[in-house]
Design a protein around this ligand. Structure first.
Ligand code: PLP
Length: 400
């Protein structure tokens, strides 16, 4: 007999969709403290979990959601993710995942040229994309020094530590870009890491430095997708001279986690440096992951559904929202804005210095806090194309 738990249960899946659509439960629910001897069945399991899952998660698509680099995801990506869960393909094995492997090649082939890159592969996030890049850089060039701005993401020191590389930190300028004048004079034996969209301030390091070191890696986890916007692509000019570029698809490509890309200018050189055989594998295992799934399929679904124009329109809307918030607060003497937003990240604070008080008065999900040097700032990130920027601006003004 076939076990029905592994079959398509139309009624059960429709119920899961009903719960997803309902989204707010406000009813008590709790997990049993121990693994139960006997299960409660699939529908009851979903009913028990739904209030915990939905009430315990921020809604990233609400009109005031503007706090983090996490976007809402389009429904087409949910559908493709459901297919992935059902098929559970493993890209390690060409025979069991022929289309999933082709899909990843295709997604990379569609996106890499916009960055001047030749190829690459997907990873579950930019932390791993950055680690992969520094690993390829170390083994392709023999370089042992990593040079990065003090504003680089923590995944850079983490990767340097894992890979046994020494990290030299370069001060950032007043708007959080790497201060090029403070770079060490000789980069010929170094891996230079530039950030396109720093985590705290959204600053873009001088990409004109690409190509000046033994290897240049651009951490474009956040702002990389600006290359698809005709209005904003020029902000990333110079990125095409990098050796590698990391981009999080689960940020401004609107993908469910965990989804990111590592691109290489010379794909063969990089992949040769980070590939392993294995007698049970029909194809070499490239990069950090062993078994991995078909995250390219939801990405392809989104790109097919929207095209470059559709993607760019959503990113442009986000950028426009950030500009509007920064503009409104700059014109209000009760507020200070850190700098004109370069990549949709707005840092602001009350002129009276009461950041904590203002933060406590803001609706949840509208802003986060960050520190630049010793100073605290409120931070909004334009990852939500559904944002109602007039309502956001109004709520911020009332928080003082
Ligand atoms: C600039 C930058 N690099 C890397 C990362 C790490 O990316 P992920 O969270 O996808 O691992 C982040 C995350 O916010 C980031 O802002």
């Amino acid at each position: 007999m076939t076990d029905p738990s592994f079959g398509v249960n139309r009624q059960g899946l429709a119920h899961a969709l009903d719960l997803l659509e309902k989204h707010e439960f406000s009813q008590a629910s709790a997990l049993p403290p121990h693994l139960a001897e006997n299960g409660i069945g699939e529908t009851a399991a979903l009913d028990l979990l739904a209030p915990l899952v939905f009430d315990g998660a921020a809604r990233l698509d609400l009109p005031h959601a503007f706090a983090h680099m996490d976007p809402p995801t389009p429904w087409v990506s949910w559908a493709a993710t459901l297919w992935n869960a059902r098929l559970n393909q493993n890209l390690l094995h060409p025979a069991s995942a022929p289309f999933a492997r082709a899909a990843e090649r295709q997604a990379v082939a569609w996106l890499a040229p916009a960055f001047g890159m030749q190829g690459g592969h997907m990873t579950p996030g930019s932390t791993l994309a950055n680690l992969t890049a520094l690993w390829a850089a170390r083994d392709a060039t023999g370089a042992r020094r990593v040079i990065a701005s003090e504003a680089a993401h923590l995944s850079i020191p983490k990767a340097a530590k894992i890979l046994g590389l020494t990290l030299e930190t370069v001060p950032a300028d007043p708007v959080q870009r790497m201060d090029a004048a403070k770079l060490p004079p000789n980069l010929s034996d170094a891996i230079l890491v530039l950030t396109a969209g720093t985590t705290s301030a959204g600053a873009i390091d001088p990409l004109s430095l690409c190509g000046r070191a033994a290897w240049t890696h651009v951490d474009a986890a956040w702002a990389g997708p600006l290359v698809f916007s005709r209005t904003h692509a020029a902000r990333l000019a110079g990125i095409e001279h990098a050796d590698s570029v990391a981009v999080s698809a689960h940020k401004w490509l609107f993908q469910p986690k965990e989804s990111a890309l590592i691109f290489f200018r010379d794909e063969k050189r990089a992949h040769d440096a980070i590939s392993f055989g294995g007698n049970y594998l029909a194809a070499p295992n490239i990069g950090v992951l062993g078994s991995h799934g078909a995250v390219a399929i939801p990405l392809l679904a989104t790109l097919l559904a929207w095209g470059r124009e559709g993607l760019a329109a959503r990113i442009d809307r986000c950028m426009d929202a950030a500009d509007k918030l920064a503009g409104a607060l700059s014109a209000d003497p009760r507020w200070q804005v850190f700098a004109a937003p370069e990549t949709g990240v707005v840092l602001f604070r009350p002129a009276n210095g009461d950041c904590d008080g203002a933060f406590a008065r803001l609706p949840d999900g509208l802003a986060s806090t960050t520190r630049i040097g010793t100073e605290t700032w409120l931070r909004s990130v334009a990852a939500n194309p559904n944002v109602d920027i007039a309502a956001v601006t109004d709520a911020v003004r009332k928080a003082i």
